[in-house]
Write a protein that binds this ligand. Structure first.
Ligand SMILES: [Zn+2]
Ligand SMILES: [Zn+2]
Length: 286
């Protein structure tokens, strides 16, 4: 559960509260088995999310739930890019946890989507993203090679490479959840407003894969595409290095989820320490 607060002028607050009360009382007259408090929460969510309203541009509420993969050895060396397998038993445990969270289980909000972000508990690195429907299907189906057993094979991970220019839905989701903001050094524009960019351009042989897609806001996407002399490189674990025309390089890493989940931050790379010691660069876009 969580609490949502709004700070607004008194007359507006009173009017909002009064409208919620009135709708909740109408709903209570239809269904006296539910309390006014419970109905007020439903009324509030419906008025904001407006699942019935097709007259406006669609706004999709997106909820991302972080889940540290269980059963990993805390003393193991930091993971290689894709770490340990994500097994059917682990996914079943996640599904059971989601179903225990609230009555009916945790599901996408009306008019919205629910993404499950599976992260490595040691590094905070994103390992896979799933919708609830995908999670249910994987738990039901299990491993393709050994169906109907808990074989321990990995059954989830990054979406595979496609040969098309446009990323698949799963390929859009992974870097958006991984990056959370524009990845240009110093830019904090939200990923929801960002473009998904092929770091090595598709026309130059760059593949459509999570290892070659990153979030850039429109301004920095334009800079990368049109400004001469800028160089962008990304490692498979998503560290993006940007080199300006004057030769200054800054590296950003996916923000990781260690802080959000209370895990200690992984060691900072030597090049990142050097950058911090060097202070802010001279190039205005940084
Ligand atoms: Zn298997
Ligand atoms: Zn940006």
């Amino acid at each position: 559960m969580a609490e949502l607060r709004v700070f607004l002028p008194r007359p507006l607050a009173d009017a909002v509260q009064d409208a919620i009360d009135r709708y909740a009382r109408l709903a209570h007259a239809d269904d006296p088995s539910r309390s006014i408090g419970e109905l007020s929460v439903g009324v509030f969510a419906d008025l904001v999310l407006r699942p019935w309203d097709t007259s406006r541009p669609a706004v999709t509420a997106q909820v991302t739930v972080l889940w540290p993969l269980p059963g990993e050895d805390g003393d193991a060396p930091p993971a290689e890019v894709d770490g340990h397998p994500i097994t059917r038993a682990q996914l079943r445990e996640l599904l059971e946890e989601l179903d225990a969270l609230c009555p009916g289980g945790l599901r996408a909000p009306a008019g919205g989507s629910l993404h499950l972000a599976l992260v490595d508990p040691r590094t905070g690195a994103l390992r896979a993203t799933l919708t609830r429907g995908e999670l249910e299907r994987l738990v039901r189906r299990g491993c393709r090679v050994h169906p109907a057993t808990d074989c321990g094979c990995s059954i989830a991970g990054r979406p595979p490479v496609t040969d098309r220019y446009h990323p698949s839905a799963a390929q859009r989701r992974f870097p958006t959840v991984r990056d959370r903001t524009c990845r240009h050094p110093g830019c904090g524009n939200r990923a929801g407003w960002a473009d998904l960019d092929h770091v090595v351009a598709h026309a130059e042989g760059g593949e459509t894969s999570c290892e070659n897609l990153c979030c850039l806001c429109r301004r920095h996407h334009r800079l990368k595409t049109f400004a001469p002399g800028w160089r962008f490189e990304m490692t498979p674990d998503g560290a993006l290095s940007v080199t300006s025309p004057s030769g200054t390089t800054r590296t950003t890493r996916p923000p990781g989820y260690w802080a959000a989940m209370g895990y200690p931050a992984p060691p900072i790379g030597a090049e990142l320490e050097a950058q911090l010691a060097a202070g802010p660069g001279e190039d205005p876009p940084f």
